[in-house]
Design a binder for this molecule. Structure first.
Ligand code: NAD
Ligand code: MG
Length: 402
């Protein structure tokens, strides 16, 4: 029996994770759940999975949940309700936890995800932002803590499945030429720069193939999701942006590929359903049923591939640039993106301002080395303030070359 902590259990990935757990009560038991403020959904989850701990990031939400649980007086539920960052770190690193699903969205996921790595858990990494922000520190924590890092992002999970089982970071040793990172292209694939100026938050969050949280849906629409994934791939698989070719593949059937020197390309295919990579990560090296329908190749009939449009969607190249500059820049890119996406969702800036805010913030950032978690958090804070300023003072209207 594996005991699992689910960070971000009320979100899209969190709920898919609990669905896999639900299908295998003989294999997995929920140790702790966590969420920001959705008390209603957390209450349902606590009733069903009876965890030892439920952590609400929001103190008011924690108080409400505690009161509702007391009122319900459920005989078989002994869940302790906690709040605060330390509680998140505790449920991610507790001695009795085997696996931690890192599915909080954004930089808020960094501390508990890092804690899970440092304490040697199997880390099921959905929260790509924590790896982007703190890549070298995070990978070091995995090594020092003896953790198992299983990528849950569908592309990285596909790459993991397509690499040799004993791959330890050396492309040449295994005859690996390239990683082919697939991208759906998002809801605005094929749009011109002019067309992008008028798109609304509602259009941006309506992804054609995947049902996801709001932030990652906007990231998919700007292609920043692919940019973050490019950085994620470089850290996870010990390579450079030049070793990764982004391939726009609108059907999202091939989840990514690895190209070898003998001409072979190994791919992983499947439905666009996150329960497949989640189940793979939880059961690895075994496989378990995930509730996902078999792929019907005859119904799909056709797979298309095209080059990404870097001109219209500059976020991908901003991310490659941030990785190459290294140090604090990936954390700055990530924080500026989070602020810009929130501002777009709040209708404070138009869609095409998102890459401009990020570019302006990166341009004005004095690059620093990252030697500690404090360095990461300082870069994150600096970039949030700079991005907020850029949003409120409309700094994105000016042209700022990188
Ligand atoms: P979501 O918005 O649906 O869910 C986010 C979860 O995080 C919720 O449970 C929310 O309560 C919690 N949360 C938010 N802010 C928090 C805070 N400050 N403190 C603690 N908890 C907080 O997002 P999602 O789509 O499930 O994505 C989660 C992560 O997984 C993201 O990093 C995303 O990039 C990654 N991911 C998602 C998908 C997908 O298909 N949804 C695919 C690949 C990777
Ligand atoms: Mg992905």
């Amino acid at each position: 029996m594996k005991r699992v902590t689910v960070l971000g259990s009320t979100g899209s990935i969190g709920m898919s994770t609990l669905d896999v757990v639900r299908r295998h009560p003989d294999k997995y038991r929920v140790y702790a759940l966590s969420a920001a403020h959705n008390v209603e959904r957390m209450l349902e989850q606590v009733r069903e999975f009876k965890p030892e701990f439920a952590v609400m990031a929001d103190a008011q939400a924690a108080a409400t949940l505690r009161a509702q649980l007391a009122e319900a007086a459920l005989a078989d539920v002994t869940t302790h309700v906690l709040t605060g960052e330390q509680a998140l770190v505790d449920i991610a690193s507790a001695a009795s936890v085997d696996q931690v699903m890192a599915a909080i969205v954004g930089a808020a996921g960094l501390l508990p995800t890092l804690a899970a790595a440092q304490s040697g858990k199997r880390v099921l990494l959905a929260n790509k932002e924590s790896l982007v922000m703190a890549g070298p520190l995070f990978m070091q924590a995995v090594r020092d803590g003896g953790a198992e890092l299983l990528p849950i992002d569908s592309e990285h999970n596909a790459i993991f499945q397509s690499l040799p089982a004993n791959f330890a970071g050396d492309f040449a040793e295994h005859g690996i030429e390239k990683i082919l990172l697939t991208a759906s292209g998002g809801p605005f694939r094929g749009y011109s720069s002019e067309q992008l100026q008028a798109v609304t938050p509602a259009q941006a969050v309506a992804h054609p193939n995947w049902s996801m949280g709001q932030k990652i849906s906007v990231d998919s629409a700007t292609l920043m999701n692919k940019g973050l994934e490019l950085i994620e791939a470089c850290f996870l698989f010990h390579c450079q942006p030049d070793d990764v070719q982004v391939v726009v593949h609108r059907q999202s059937v091939i989840h990514s590929m690895v190209q070898y020197c003998d001409g072979s390309v190994i791919a992983q295919l499947g439905q666009p359903d996150m329960r497949t990579p989640i189940a793979y990560g939880m059961a690895w090296p075994e496989r378990i049923e995930a509730g996902v329908q078999a792929l019907d190749l005859f119904a799909i009939a056709q797979l298309d591939f095209e080059q990404p449009d870097h001109q219209t969607f500059p976020c991908l190249q901003l991310a490659a640039r941030a990785f190459q500059q290294g140090g604090s820049m990936p954390a700055v890119l990530n924080a500026a993106n989070e602020v810009a996406v929130s501002a777009f969702l709040a209708e404070q800036i138009p869609f095409h301002a998102i890459p401009r805010v990020i570019q302006a913030v990166m341009h004005s950032h004095p690059l620093t080395a990252i030697d500690s978690l404090d360095d990461v958090l300082n870069a994150d804070q600096w970039a949030r303030q700079a991005a907020q300023c850029c949003v409120s003072e409309r700094g994105w209207l000016e042209d700022s070359p990188l």
